[in-house]
Structures are given as structure tokens and as C-alpha cells.
Design a protein around this ligand. Structure first.
Ligand code: IPM
Ligand code: SF4
Length: 412
């Protein structure tokens, strides 16, 4: 009897691995971005390493501060670029290609049954494809650069069963926020989450990615959706190689929880905790200074489409920033007229990347300003010193942009 996580670690370490065990496992693909590569490369050098274990299994997208916003970040990015060329890293994605967690799956690296490690906490997003995706620090990444292996404690799995149909304009983000609120910001520390049930099965890849993306906001090591036909359909023509899906055996979870979403309302995570989750009607009318639609949580085509359906033919009443998660998302949204509708409505469009999500640039808040964002974190200072962040779905974000105050998307 084993879980998806145990099966993935068993293959990756070469013997039967059980929850609680510490194993040394081989990583299928490693990912680091313009931010964390800097520290990882430094540690790699300090470890006395010279060549990476396999230049074809390291993926480097530039996304956190793109385009570079200062001489400091430009110099650091040049250093990473030069190192990638020197090491022969072929899977290098320049500024403008998109957010690491969007580019990595789009390019077919996120495959069922694989062990994927990123130097970024939201690498749990790859769980949406039935992979064990997890984030590590830069020094751990240096170890992977050098040997392709790392030690892990195999996590126990919490099975989360969700049933019921989401109402109109209640989205995967609302389901995700509901779970974060119920489980709490540290409720799944060092556990793997596995999402099952009819509601999860009915989610698109985009919705599954939103769900898996926020696993780390509950402390989880991984947040996995069992791979199925939806996964295969997405991977057709893009998977980087053959893959072998694995599934959990009945009775293998350490614990189980059940939720019904039939009556779920649109939700927000109010400042400044991700688990400070409230129904939108409770905070409706709160004035906002900015709306931000984007990030690895909700910057995909579907998210922009939902937003444009609400914004089309209307005018925003507050500063509204839309940043597509990748060049591919931007191209799709251009070709279907979504970008034009958003621009006509008064939104700004930023280049694919993280944008102001982590308070680095392009949309940072002033002291006391309030932003309603589709991102995944709202701790104090996240989007700029003294700024307050409400997290919500792209539908709630668009409705809020239209009214200039937090608004229930079912009412616009
Ligand atoms: C910069 C990076 C290390 C960080 C992370 O690991 O999550 C960022 O992506 C974030 O979302 O805060
Ligand atoms: S979009 Fe935000 S959460 Fe996602 S990787 Fe970038 S900074 Fe981190």
C-alpha cells in the first residue's frame, strides 16, 4: 500500500520508500529562476563544483524581475545568463517567456510520476500534473546542480476529497482559498496533499494548477492531483518524454478530509494572512487602490478570459494591472481579442513574469494602499512596504476593478 508520493520516491531512490523515511533521490528536472539561480550558482562554486550533473535536466526561466529594473539586477541576470551558456543549459527561457511555474509545465517538463524540484516555493504547482513538485533553497539547488540528487523526508499524505459543483463565477481560486482557510497556513506542514473527488476531476489544468500552487501556503511539501485523461490531453504533443503515472492505493493516506463546494461563495484572503479567509459579501464595498490580475496562481488564459468577460465594454474605476503568466498566454489572449478588451476597459498590460507579486517592481504599493490581487501571498509588505493585499479569484478581481471597491462577481 503506497501513496503517489511514496511511489514517486521509491522509483527516484531505488528502493521502497515509506512516509517518514529520509531518502536520497534522483531528481528528474530541476528549476531555478533569475532570482534563486544567483545564490545557487554562488553555492555551486563554493562547493567546489565545476560542471552541472546534466545540462539538459536544469530549466532556467527568467521571470522574477523582468525586464531588469536596475543595474544591480541587470548585472546579476547577466551573470546567470553567462553561467547558463558556459554550462550548456539548453532549457533557458529569457525574460518575456513567462513565470517559471507556467513555462515549466507549458514546455512539457511537468510529467506524472516524476520528482521535480525548483528553487522556488511554488514548485508545488507541478503537483497539478501528478508529479511530486517541491521547492528547495538555493544551497539545496546547488547540490542538485552538481549531483542531480538530494535528500528528502518522504511525507505522509492528507487526502482531500472535494465534491459538489462550483456555482457560476465561483472558481478554482475560491475552492483553494476555502481549503487554505479550513486547513490553516501551517495545517499541512511537511505533508503531501492529494486532491481527489468529482470537483477536482472536473477542474481544467488551469484550475488544478491554481489549486496545487497554493499547497505551500498550508505548509505542504507537495499538492498533488492524480493524473487522468485531462492531464494526458494537456501533455499531448508537449511532454518532454514518456511518462509513467502513479496513483495512491486505497487506504494509504495518513488522514482524510472532505469538503462540499455546492454552496461555496466567492472568497478573499484578507490582509495580512493567507488563511484570513472571508466571503466576498463580508468585505464588499472595501475601497481598493489597485487590482492585479496575474501570477503563477491566476495569470493563465482562462483567468484572463474570466476577467475580460466582466470587463468587456466597461471601464475600470481603479488602477488595474494585468500580467499574462507567459508569452503563450499573452499570444492566445491577443489572438482572441481578450487583451484588446482589457486595454479598452482601462487595464495596463505588463510583460509576462511575476510583476509586483513579490513587491519587486512594476506595480508596488504605497504605504497604506490596498490591492486586490489574484496572487497567493498577502503577508505584510509582500507587495510593497505598508501595502495591504486581498487575495481573490480573477472574477472577483475584475468585478472589483469595475466598481473600484471589493465586489461580488455574481453581482456584475
Ligand atoms: C523569490 C522566490 C524565492 C520566492 C519563492 O520561493 O516563493 C518567490 O517566488 C515568492 O513567491 O515569494
Ligand atoms: S508569480 Fe509570485 S508567487 Fe509565483 S513565482 Fe513569481 S513571485 Fe513567486
Amino acid at each position: 500500500m503506497a501513496t503517489i508520493s511514496e511511489k514517486i520516491f521509491s522509483r527516484a531512490c531505488g528502493h521502497r520508500a515509506e512516509a517518514g523515511e529520509i531518502v536520497e533521490a534522483e531528481v528528474d528536472y530541476a528549476m531555478s529562476h533569475d532570482g534563486t539561480s544567483v545564490l545557487a550558482i554562488k553555492a555551486f562554486g563554493e562547493m567546489g563544483s565545476d560542471r552541472v550533473f546534466d545540462p539538459e535536466r536544469i530549466v532556467i526561466p527568467f521571470d522574477h524581475i523582468v525586464p531588469a529594473n536596475s543595474s544591480v539586477s541587470a548585472d546579476l541576470q547577466k551573470m546567470v545568463r553567462d553561467w547558463a551558456v558556459d554550462q550548456g543549459i539548453i532549457h533557458f527561457f529569457e525574460a518575456g517567456e513567462g513565470i517559471c511555474h507556467q513555462v515549466f509545465p507549458e514546455e512539457g517538463f511537468a510529467l506524472p510520476g516524476t520528482l521535480l524540484v525548483g528553487a522556488d516555493s511554488h514548485s508545488c504547482t507541478y503537483g497539478a500534473f501528478g508529479a511530486f513538485g517541491t521547492g528547495v533553497g538555493a544551497t539545496d539547488m546547488a547540490e542538485i546542480y552538481s549531483r542531480g540528487r538530494l535528500w528528502f523526508k518522504v511525507p505522509e499524505t492528507i487526502g482531500i476529497r472535494v465534491c459538489g459543483r462550483l456555482e457560476r463565477r465561483v472558481l478554482a481560486k475560491d475552492l483553494t482559498l476555502m481549503l487554505v482557510g479550513a486547513i490553516g497556513a501551517d495545517g499541512a506542514t511537511y505533508q503531501a496533499l492529494e486532491y481527489v473527488g468529482e470537483t477536482v476531476e472536473a477542474l481544467s489544468i488551469s484550475g488544478r494548477m491554481t489549486l496545487s500552487n497554493m499547497g505551500v501556503e498550508m505548509g505542504a511539501k507537495a499538492a498533488i492531483v492524480p493524473p487522468d485523461g485531462v492531464t494526458d490531453e494537456f501533455l499531448k504533443g508537449r511532454a518532454k518524454g514518456a511518462y509513467h503515472p502513479v496513483h495512491s492505493d486505497p487506504g494509504s493516506y495518513a488522514s482524510e478530509m472532505e469538503f462540499d463546494v455546492s454552496d461555496l461563495e466567492p472568497l478573499v484572503a484578507a490582509p495580512s494572512r493567507v488563511d484570513n479567509v472571508r466571503p466576498v459579501p463580508d468585505v464588499a464595498g472595501t475601497e481598493v487602490d489597485q487590482v492585479f490580475i496575474g501570477t503563477c496562481t491566476n495569470g493563465r488564459y482562462e483567468d484572463l478570459m474570466v476577467a475580460s468577460e466582466i470587463l468587456k465594454g466597461r471601464k475600470v474605476k481603479t488602477r488595474t494591472l494585468v500580467i499574462p503568466a507567459s508569452r503563450k498566454v499573452l499570444l492566445s489572449a491577443l489572438s482572441t481579442g481578450i487583451i484588446e478588451d482589457l486595454v479598452q476597459a482601462g487595464a495596463m498590460i505588463g510583460p509576462p513574469g511575476c510583476g509586483p507579486c513579490l513587491g519587486a517592481h512594476m506595480g508596488v504599493l504605497a504605504e497604506g494602499e490596498v490591492c486586490l490581487s489574484t496572487a497567493n501571498r498577502n503577508f505584510p509588505g509582500r507587495m510593497g512596504r505598508g501595502g495591504l493585499v486581498y487575495l481573490a479569484s480573477p472574477a472577483t478581481a475584475a468585478a472589483t476593478a469595475v466598481e473600484g471597491v471589493i465586489t461580488d462577481p455574481r453581482e456584475v
